[in-house]
Each structure stands twice: as C-alpha cells, then as structure tokens.
Design a protein around this ligand. Structure first.
Ligand code: ADP
Ligand code: MG
Length: 276
C-alpha cells in the first residue's frame, strides 16, 4: 500500500542493497567484521609445505585477487576455502560460521562458497539447464518448475538463456565456463571463488567470461579470484594478495601493489608476467 517508502525498496533484495553498499564503500574502511576470515592456514603434501601460515580477510562485496607464481599455493588456498581440501591447521570463518569446524558440513559450505575452476566440469550427458537444475533439485529440494525457473534466470544472467537446451559438447569453452558460473550462482552463494577461470580459453572467449565476472563485481558479489588477467585485477579488484611459496608476501589495493610494490619479490613477479 504505502508504495512511497524508498527504504522498503532497498530492504527487499540483498543483492541490490549490497550493490549500493559496495558502491558507497569503495576505498573506505568498514568496521563490520569481514565476511571471510582466514587465520594462519598450514597445509603440507608429504614433505612439501604448500601453505605456510596464510591469513586473509575479505569484506562483503570485496573482490580479492590472488596472484603468484605457479606452485605458490593459490589453488590449494581456494580449495581449502570451500573444504575441497582439509587444512592441517588454522581456521577459516564465513561470517560467524567456522568453515573448518569439525561439525561443519562441507556440502553446506560449498553452497555458500561457490567455485569455478579452470577445467570446466559440467556433466556431458546433461543440457546446460539440467546441469544447473540438478543441484537445485537434489541439494535444495526444489520442484521441477522452481528449479527450471531459477536455472533459466541464472542462464539469462550470464547471457546464455538461448543455449539452455544445449549439451556441453555443443558449447564453446567460454560458454561452458559461463554455465559453470550460473550453476554456482544458482545456489545463492555468499562468496564466489574463481581459479584461473580463463586460462584455458582463447582471448576472445576469455573476454566473455571476464565480462560476466565484471558484471558480478558490479552487482556487489564477494569474490576471491586467482587470475593472471591483469586488466580484470586492475579494474575489478578491491585488493591484491601476492603469494609466494605458500606465504602472503604482500597485500594492498591494486594500484599500489602493481605500480609501487613494497617487496622486491612482488616487483620481480609483475615484471616477469608483463614480459610474458
Ligand atoms: P598454484 O595454484 O599457485 O599453482 P597449487 O596450490 O596448485 O599452486 O600447488 C602448490 C604446490 O602443492 C605444488 O607444488 C603442487 O605440486 C602441490 N600440490 C597441490 N595439490 C597437491 C596434491 N593433491 N597432492 C600433492 N601435491 C599437491
Ligand atoms: Mg593453481
């Protein structure tokens, strides 16, 4: 009835609200506790220490880009964040929930922390839409109609509604990656993790994936992204974390980390990738 209260409009959708919050909050500090908190993670494979005391904080709406040489532990860190890999010690919190807690269900974590990998892992025998409805039906217990509606809305969000009935083999690498993104988004994640989502793609196909990621940034999605796409990192990131040999070497806003790194190791790394 009282259609004139603007406060009601912003209260209806978390996404819109966040979009505004993020827009206003760029460059300012926020007293609120971080959405994602990583404390002193250690992880070894055999004798190899892959993560050596990694700590990290990501606020709601932030886009943290992880960079570092191959083998520095970036993928391992992301996999620990959604419990695909168990840590040896340390803690990860999503809001008030301890992701690494012994009683925390890894499957519940994976809905809240969605992940998109470099290797596109769609089911080959299912259409794009069915790849998305599967989880909605099985994990969320949605009805066929409900799941279909949600899948189509996510496919539309990544610009692929017309390909809803296509099988993965009929889609380009970039399209498959976008279906993977839509599938993760359908679970209403609090955070999206991306592990080199474009590194297996040609530049043209990379761009369509980067565009979708840019759109998520604009919508205020909280993201942790491993990428060597420096344009995305400069334009989309709120923070850059440079990892080397399982340690955070330095962290800061993109312009400072790229143009004026404090550590010699960071400077050398950026020089090497500029000359690739
Ligand atoms: P990045 O993503 O930065 O390239 P990774 O996290 O993939 O680094 O790997 C870090 C190190 O951990 C590498 O030396 C890699 O060989 C090793 N590693 C990663 N996963 C495993 C595993 N499942 N088993 C054994 N070693 C692994
Ligand atoms: Mg990796």
């Amino acid at each position: 009835m009282s259609e004139r209260n603007p406060a009601d409009d912003t209260a209806t959708g978390g996404r819109i609200e966040r979009e505004r919050t993020t827009g206003d909050a760029v460059g300012t500090t926020d007293a609120e506790t971080p959405l994602l908190r990583v404390e002193d993670l250690w992880k070894s494979y055999g004798d190899e220490e892959v993560l050596r005391g990694v700590s990290l904080e990501v606020d709601r709406g932030d886009v943290e880009v992880l960079v570092g040489p191959s083998g520095s532990g970036k993928s391992t860190l992301l996999r620990c964040l959604n419990r695909l890999t168990e840590v040896d010690s340390g803690h990860i919190y999503l809001g008030e929930t301890e992701v690494t807690g012994p009683d925390t269900d890894p499957n519940a974590v994976r809905q809240q922390i969605g992940m998109v990998f470099q290797d596109i892992n769609l089911f080959a025998h299912l259409t794009a839409r069915q790849n998305i409805t599967l989880g909605l039906r099985k994990v969320r217990g949605q009805s066929k109609t409900e799941a279909r509606r949600r899948a189509d809305s996510e496919l539309d969000r990544v610009g692929l509604l017309e390909q809803a009935d296509s099988y993965p083999a009929q889609l380009s690498g970039g399209q498959k990656q976008r279906v993977g993104i839509a599938r993760a988004l359908a679970m209403d994640p609090e955070v999206m993790l991306f592990d080199e989502p474009t590194s297996a793609l040609d530049p043209e196909l990379s761009n369509e994936v980067l565009e979708v990621m840019g759109q998520l940034v604009a919508e205020g999605m909280t993201m942790v992204v491993v990428t060597h796409e420096m344009r995305f990192a400069r334009g989309g990131a709120t923070g850059i974390t440079f990892l080397d040999e399982g340690k955070v070497i330095e962290r800061g806003p993109p312009d400072r980390i790229f143009d004026d790194p404090e550590r010699e190791r960071t400077a050398r790394f950026f020089q090497s990738i500029r000359h690739e």
